[in-house]
Design a binder for this molecule. Structure first.
Ligand SMILES: Cc1ncc(COP(=O)(O)O)c(C=O)c1O
Length: 436
């Protein structure tokens, strides 16, 4: 098995057509060699909705949710930060997942989607009084407590109603991933330290006030993790805390990574679940303790892709070719934030060998506005072509901005030959709406 590389790794760009492991489940080439997803041709979608465009394969989203639920039942919560719209909140809960929300905004979207509040887990290292009051008022299933200031706020409310509490601990584990998305180390804004006894003190105070409603622990080591060693270390670090405090829920946080490039492969959710179960057993965690996970990226990343139109091609002799598209860092900030690599291909020629080395860039006023740093496209790429970056379903739409006052793209779900608008394209009127 090839090793999967972490986010900051730049692989040799591949000339091969895009591997099926980077494509949504229903993606295939039709008789014209054109890309079809969810039974809909991408060029038809682009003709109808324009570019840039986020396209999600609903069958793929549902399959990943089902896989998580098959492994963890109600312990599987979809991390909405990776991709949240009302339609996604509904889809994930229809498939049996709970939802992890970490701001008042994410909570509001889940509630607007009419998700049962008892299926919501509320996270965040700086939940405001208003956010906590609202979460308790609507009756979220669980709040993951992250600081003593939050504990003070909760005590001031007095009554938790039906809401249960977990304590977020820092397990002191350094995951092998990009620095900005590591979360489990001691030097972290998240959680309360196991090693320094802060988490034990938090448990004592919470139990004194809220008794048996304080029944869970959450730890998180980071995102885009493909090496199970970090999870094993996390589980071993947290196991004594579970036993000492007689807890009933252990959320093994840390996001499973996905493959972004042709040469990469990633473990499946099922393999990940098995590794977690084995490690929990090995660490002596009581079988009655429910094990939870909070996958975001591994549910949605490969389900989604971004379609752009090529606007200019600039050949700088002896240096490189710049292919400019009509989006960029406003719809996918990951390359500029983490140095993330992507593949790129033309929607009209799926099987074409991609021999032309290019840098795909956006339309923003920064040299760092890179979509694919070292990409490959077919030799005949031309202005007007639709190029596609696969595996953009996580942290693309959710981190999108209006930088340079660019309007954000729509989100389209495709399934069984039908396309539905889940989020419409922003307009200039939307941009102006907030200004008096
Ligand atoms: C608390 C928490 N849960 C879940 C996630 C989702 O992680 P991923 O998208 O890598 O699965 C994150 C991401 O950092 C997180 O901080």
């Amino acid at each position: 098995m090839n090793r999967v590389f972490s986010d900051d790794f730049v692989a040799d760009p591949s000339e091969e057509p895009i591997g099926p492991h980077l494509m949504p489940l229903t993606a295939h080439a039709d008789e014209d060699d054109a890309l079809v997803v969810g039974g809909v041709r991408i060029d038809d979608l682009v003709a109808e909705f324009g570019t840039p465009l986020f396209v999600y394969d609903e069958a793929h989203l549902r399959a990943r949710c089902r896989e998580a639920v098959a492994a963890f039942g109600s312990g599987a919560s979809f991390a909405t930060k990776a991709f949240l719209t009302k339609a996604m909140a509904r889809l994930a809960t229809e498939e049996g997942m709970h939802l992890d929300v970490s701001t008042g905004g994410e909570l509001a979207i889940a509630l607007a989607a009419e998700v049962d509040p008892s299926r919501l887990v509320f996270h965040g290292n700086n939940k405001s009084e208003e956010e906590l009051a609202h979460a308790l008022h609507v009756g979220v299933g669980r709040i993951v407590v992250d600081s003593f200031d939050e504990i003070t706020r909760l005590i001031a409310f007095g009554d938790l109603g039906s809401t249960r509490l977990s304590v977020r601990v820092t397990p002191g584990v350094e995951a092998h991933t990009h620095e900005f998305i590591k979360t489990g180390q001691e030097d972290s804004k998240f959680g309360l330290s196991l090693a320094r006894g802060t988490a034990d003190r938090a448990m004592a105070v919470l139990r004194e006030h809220f008794g048996e409603a304080v029944d869970g622990v959450h730890a998180h080591i980071g995102s885009q993790i493909v090496d199970f060693d970090g999870f094993v270390a996390e589980i071993e670090a947290v196991a004594p805390f579970i036993a000492i405090h007689d807890l009933r829920l252990f959320t093994v946080g840390g996001g499973l990574g996905v493959a972004y490039l042709n040469g990469e492969v990633a473990p499946t959710i099922t393999q990940w679940a098995e590794a977690i179960r084995v490690a929990c057993k090995g660490a002596g965690i009581d079988e009655r303790v429910q094990i939870g996970i909070e996958p975001g990226r591994s549910i949605v990343a490969t389900a989604g892709m971004t379609c752009y139109r090529v606007g200019t091609i600039k050949e700088i002799e002896g240096i490189r070719t710049y292919v400019s598209v009509d989006g960029g860092m406003s719809d996918n900030p990951r390359p500029v934030l983490y140095g993330s690599g992507y593949e790129v291909f033309l929607a009209r020629s799926m099987s074409a060998v991609r021999t032309r080395a290019v840098r795909v860039v956006g339309k923003h006023c920064e040299s760092g506005d890179i979509v694919v740093d070292e990409g490959r496209l077919p030799e005949d790429v031309n202005v007007g072509d639709i190029c596609v970056t696969p595996v953009t379903g996580a942290y693309g739409f959710s981190m999108a901005s209006n930088y340079n006052r660019v309007v954000r793209p729509p989100v389209i779900f495709v399934a069984d030959g039908e396309a539905r608008v889940v989020v419409r394209r922003e307009t200039i009127e939307d941009l102006l709406r907030l200004e008096p």
